[in-house]
Design a protein around this ligand. Sequence first.
Ligand code: CDP
Ligand code: MG
Length: 138
Amino acid sequence: MNETTLVLIKPGGVSRNLIGEITRRVEARGLKVSGLKLMNASRATVEEHYAEHRERPFFKDVCDYLTSGPIVAMAVNGTNAVKAIRAMMGATNPIEALPGTVRGDLALTIDDNLTHSSSDPEAAARELGLWFPEGTIS
Ligand code: CDP
Ligand code: MG
């Protein structure tokens, strides 16, 4: 099924010059970049993005982290894009992420796990609306 999902390259990924490496992997898989911007995210946008985690102990830290420097917001389109991208990014905790995944190859700790990707199509639709209110290329 053709889907569009959201990828965020978190501040650690941008500061480590991994925008190209992460985007290269997405494109090499055969998926299309259909929205792309480098930005300083507002606190309000990040809190809305992570609203499901509002009561979790890591909520403040992850919001601090996402607003600590520039991030890349990317819309990615293709067959089964949501699941394909989640699998490519790897487990939330990089120490459990398999080699070959972005987190398994390029990250070590959960608080600096380089990327966000939408968990399911409903989350993707909500998050794309939040980060790309102007819409994406279809
Ligand atoms: O990003 P993903 O969907 O894999 O994980 P999540 O469970 O939705 O958590 C969102 C983000 O919060 C993670 O990617 C981590 O950056 C952060 N987090 C954390 O710092 N410590 C945890 N115990 C869980 C999540
Ligand atoms: Mg999540």
